[in-house]
Design a protein around this ligand. Structure first.
Ligand SMILES: *Cc1c(COP(=O)(O)O)cnc(C)c1O
Length: 224
């Protein structure tokens, strides 16, 4: 099978599973956006996803994202790029110049930097606040207990906060983390929930995800 055909088939398969999960939960499948995570993927596979008509992609490193997407941005006007990896404050300018959505806003200092850069660049990016639902020391994200305060601070800075994002611990069932994220979002009046990866995006879609982030499920195993 050609790479084009393989990626098109994978995209259809993931989309069909999202539709099935949404139906089980009585949700409209159009309310679940598939963010195809293209980190470390060969260019040919990314090109194949574009050929198949997919337009929403995620990357976890600013520099790699530039390599994958900077040129394509200039020729494809309906691309939507999400940053799903940690953002250092010294990369904020590059990130704001490339992405449409920052999913990893997780501390006040970064919120202040982003607000300043949005002003300077005259460009507002949609924001998701990352919550470390598993309270893992090595993982990014605000702790659940600090989430309400960070959301309030971001709103005070007039950042367009659309929702919350989480990456559950690899060795735990994900659904309780999805449920916790949903609770924090709902008590703060946030509609967006970015949750679910290749292994668990169906349960995320059933539990209210607005965005699922699927890498290997769309592109096949990552290189490196
Ligand atoms: C890599 C990555 C994904 C996709 O992971 P898969 O298991 O390949 O679907 C999703 N979210 C984040 C934050 C990632 O870094």
């Amino acid at each position: 099978m050609s790479i084009e055909a393989e990626i098109a088939r994978r995209l259809d398969g993931v989309q069909a599973r999202i539709t099935g999960a949404a139906a089980r939960a009585g949700r409209d499948p159009d309310d679940v956006c598939l963010v195809a995570i293209s980190k470390t993927q060969p260019d040919q596979r990314i090109a194949a996803a574009l050929t198949a008509g997919h337009r929403v992609f995620g990357e976890n490193r600013v520099q790699e994202a530039w390599a994958h997407w900077a040129n394509r941005r200039t020729v494809i006007d309906d691309l939507e790029l999400h940053l799903v990896g940690p953002l250092q404050t010294n990369k904020v300018r590059d990130a704001v110049a490339l992405f449409d959505v920052i999913q990893t806003l997780d501390r006040p200092r970064l919120a202040v930097k982003l607000a300043k850069e949005f002003d300077r660049a005259g460009r507002q990016l949609r924001c998701f606040i990352q919550v470390n639902t598993g309270e893992e020391p090595q993982k990014a994200g605000v702790l659940p207990v600090g989430a309400d305060d960070l959301i309030a601070e971001c709103r005070r800075l007039e950042l367009p906060v659309e929702g919350l994002m989480c990456i559950p611990p690899a060795d735990e069932p994900a659904p309780p983390h999805f449920a916790l994220l949903g609770e924090i979002a709902s008590r703060n009046g946030l509609a967006g929930l970015s949750m679910g990866m290749s292994a668990d995006f169906e349960s995320a879609a059933e539990l209210g995800a607005s965005h699922v982030r699927v890498g290997t499920g769309v592109f096949g195993p990552r290189e490196v």
